[in-house]
Design a protein. Structure first.
Length: 307
């Protein structure tokens, strides 16, 4: 065998040996990857889905569009409630760990406290004040909403149909249907509102047998003695506007007459927080649709005084 042939054979052996070693190293790497521990996101890097991540330094997502958000959270799981309204699965969870945000949190921070109130840092403080402005976000849990409705006649003691929403007519009405003097009736509002806070309305008295007053209030067991919703004379027909709270347990209000009289109650608006108003009596096609329309108008238009 010539020297050239020897050198060629040596090169082939070396190449074959190198390939064997490389394959062995690749196999070792594959085994190492298979037996390695669970991957962890480094501080400041994107989080790992489905894992508990220790953030360390904050992660910043930067977007470059005026129309698209840098972060989108979506859960396509939907279930339908007993009333047919669809509910989506949660896309974000804020875990409450304290009473709110500290005043040193940076502007734009959002948190949830242990009572369920959402807090946000809205603007930096001005000297000499130290720290930033921390404000709570208004939600159904901490604020009320006034909902006007198409005026509804709730009771009219002059007719049997008008007395249908009186919960306790027995012993409290005379043979003509008038509310007896010194008696209190409870009026059921559940056809109009669910978990209402207060009601705005108009009360009319007519056919009173003597001069007296009428009281409208939430709880029949706690009638305030020194107030009146309307004062009237015998035989007089008189109306007055009223605002009263609604029984916090059931959607009822109470009406007390000092003297026997017919009573007519009309409602024009309700105050709700976590509750709701019957959409069939709203002055639009629906509460949510009306809210959406108002929100769109607020974003795209300006009031007449803002020239």
């Amino acid at each position: 065998m010539s020297n050239d042939q020897d050198r060629a054979l040596d090169r082939r052996l070396l190449l074959r040996r190198a390939g064997t070693v490389a394959a062995g190293l690749a196999g070792t790497a594959a085994v190492g990857a298979a037996t390695a521990g669970q991957a962890q996101a480094a501080p400041g890097e994107p989080v790992l889905q489905g894992q508990v991540n220790e953030a360390g330094a904050p992660t910043t997502l930067r977007g470059g569009s005026l129309t698209s958000a840098p972060l989108r959270l979506e859960n396509t799981t939907v279930e339908t409630g007993p009333d047919g309204i669809p509910f989506s699965g949660p896309a974000l969870r804020l875990t409450p760990t304290g009473r709110g945000l500290g005043w040193q949190a940076e502007v734009g921070s959002v948190s949830l406290d242990t009572s369920g109130t959402i807090w946000a840092v809205t603007s930096p403080g001005l000297p000499p004040m130290e720290g930033n402005f921390v404000e709570y976000v208004r939600t159904n849990a901490n604020s009320n909403e006034l909902v006007p409705v198409v005026p509804q006649r709730v009771i009219d003691t002059r007719t049997a149909a008008g007395r249908a929403r009186i919960v306790n007519p027995t012993g409290n009405l005379d043979s003509a249907g008038r509310l007896l003097g010194g008696r209190t009736i409870q009026v059921n509002l559940e056809e109009f509102v669910h978990l209402g806070q207060a009601v705005y309305g108009n009360v009319t008295v007519t056919g009173a047998l003597a001069a007296g007053f009428l009281q409208i209030f939430p709880d029949p067991g706690q009638r305030p003695p020194a107030f009146s919703s309307i004062n009237f004379q015998a035989g007089q027909t008189l109306s007055n506007f009223f605002l009263t709270g609604i029984n916090p347990v059931i959607d009822r209000i109470s009406v007390h007459a000092q003297q026997t009289t017919h009573v007519i109650l009309d409602v024009v608006a309700f105050v709700v927080a976590s509750g709701s108003v019957n959409p069939s009596i709203l002055p639009s096609t629906g509460e949510l649709a009306a809210e959406d329309q108002r929100a769109q108008l607020a974003r795209r238009t300006k009031p007449s005084w803002a020239k």
